[in-house]
Write a protein that binds this ligand. Structure first.
Ligand SMILES: [Zn+2]
Ligand SMILES: [Zn+2]
Length: 506
């Protein structure tokens, strides 16, 4: 059994890295994702998990460690996903690399979903060596592995049957030829094999018969492809979704095929749990329950997205709540110290240093300033924070704006009204007096959030109303609703003249 990291002591990525270093092998950490649709945060967990291990290996002096990503571009299209036009039914069963881009902008279907994913990885500073499965097949990387698998077909069948407890069909082959007539690799049956020439004969359900080369003419079935790839690329560690890890799974059969067919020590397994979307369940592009990586990266800096994944041990679910839950994680990141929080250290990127103003503040500031960076800067100065880098502020203002539009709970959104909102007329007479007392106070004193806040309590006592009534009145007067950001800070953030005028406007 693998040792468990004690919570708060050794980080899970360090535990795995130490285990790996102890094997004495040069380390190749691999990840692989099929680009069959938009690649979402759930898929990202695999790559970020691998990257955390890779960074931990490098930190421990394993300078020859590598991080590779194999894009399963040669996998067949399984079905017409909801995001595809109906006309794509004719492509079902064809390899993703051999299908046109549904939007026509990239060289093929696989590339269309791979491109934004690779861009996100670069933004997340995950430096991977990328392999495309279709190129590996077409360049002959798999040649020997395919010939071995075809020769040892019966032994592979006995392994798979033993692992799964099922009986493989008699016509089964570890290699699926791509029909030269209809282009599918899911409808062909192998009828012959010439190991010297490296050619495989097939018959297809479309009626075609012929032969294809083992170089680019077809693909190993997943249960054999995976272990073959371990040997071809020298993979020593690989995170994968727990579905692949259960008993009878492809990792079980892969381990035996790796040892008994390919004579290769299988990689260190790192099974990880799903990423769930709060209240919606497991993320899945095909079910439309997913947040894409780009969506998330438009709302938060890359290190936060890394942190969301790295702070949770792989064997635990991540239940992502992109609303308040995400704000809590950002708070945690902002508060924690890199020397004691290993997750934070493993999440860091060089490109986007965190700003010195809490994200929660930025969210209020952008709304008060109506997304005007110059006004934002004034508010930040008034509220006692210091920020020099206007570009950084603009970037964070963009994050806040996107988060507010996409994920913010309604209670966080507000708008400072240009005119006195009609709702303010509900404010009772004694509370109106309290507001005018408050305006006098603001005229006399230098503005300070805490002083203003305390003054509300003092005035409440003096006038004989509840402090809560005054706070509500402030929000009604400026926002047309009964709640809002912390009142002292809020009033201080606004233009002083405007505040005084508004407080006495009833
Ligand atoms: Zn495209
Ligand atoms: Zn065919």
């Amino acid at each position: 059994m693998r040792r468990m990291a004690k919570e708060g002591k050794i980080h899970w990525a360090d535990v795995i890295a130490e285990d790996l270093i102890r094997t004495g092998r040069p380390q190749v950490v691999a990840t692989g994702i099929s680009p069959s649709g938009p690649i979402h945060i759930g898929n990202l967990r695999e790559v970020i998990t691998a990257d955390a291990i890779y960074r931990a290996l490098r930190d421990k002096g394993a300078d020859d460690a590598r991080l590779i990503y194999i894009s399963d571009t040669f996998d067949p299209l399984r079905r017409v996903y909801p995001f595809l036009p109906d006309s794509y039914s004719e492509y079902v069963g064809r390899p993703l690399s051999e299908i046109p881009d549904p939007e026509g902008c990239c060289r093929n279907y696989a590339e269309h979903f791979l491109r934004p994913f690779l861009e996100s990885l670069s933004e997340l500073e995950v430096e991977v060596e990328v392999y495309r499965a279709d190129e590996m097949y077409k360049k002959g990387y798999y040649r020997d592995a395919i010939i071995t698998a075809l020769k040892m077909r019966d032994k592979i069948v006995s392994i798979i049957d033993a692992v799964t407890g099922k009986t493989t069909k008699s016509g089964w082959s570890p290699f699926n030829p791509i029909c030269r007539s209809c282009g599918r690799l899911t409808t062909t049956t192998v009828t012959g094999f010439d190991p010297e020439r490296g050619y495989v004969e097939y018959r297809c359900r479309c009626g075609d018969e012929g032969e294809v080369s083992v170089i680019g003419g077809g693909k190993l079935t997943w249960r054999v492809d995976w272990p073959a790839r371990w040997k071809i690329l020298g993979v020593t560690a690989e995170p994968f979704g727990k579905d692949h890890a259960s008993s009878g799974s492809s990792y079980d059969s892969g381990t035996r095929i790796s040892k008994e067919i390919y004579n290769y020590e299988p990689p260190y397994p790192i099974p990880f749990e799903h990423v769930l979307l709060k209240g919606k369940g497991s993320m899945s592009s095909s079910k439309g329950v997913a947040i894409t990586i780009q969506e998330m990266l438009s709302c938060v800096p890359p290190e936060i997205l890394r942190y969301v994944i790295i702070r949770t041990r792989p064997e635990k679910h991540i239940e992502l709540d992109p609303g308040f839950g995400l704000l809590h994680i950002i708070d945690e990141y902002e508060r924690s110290d890199i020397s004691s929080d290993r997750s934070k250290a493993l999440s860091r990127t060089s490109k986007s240093p965190m700003i010195d103003v809490p994200f929660r503040h930025i969210i209020n500031i952008v709304q008060i300033a109506r997304f005007d960076p110059v006004k934002m800067l004034e508010i930040i100065k008034r509220s006692g924070y210091r920020i020099e880098d206007i570009d950084l502020l603009k970037q964070y203002s963009k994050y806040a704006k996107e988060w507010l539009e996409r994920f913010a709970p309604p209670s966080v959104r507000f708008e400072v009204r240009e005119e006195v909102p009609p709702e303010a007329h509900e404010i009772a007479q004694p509370v109106r007096e309290a507001l005018s007392e408050l305006s006098k106070f603001l005229m006399e004193k230098e503005l300070d959030a805490e002083m203003v806040h305390q003054q509300v309590y003092a005035i409440a006592e003096k006038v004989g109303v509840e402090p809560k009534e005054i706070f509500e009145a402030i929000y009604l007067l400026f926002l047309g609703r009964r709640s809002g950001p912390r009142a002292g800070w809020f009033l201080v953030s606004l233009d002083r003249g405007f505040v005084i005028k508004r407080l006495t406007s009833l």
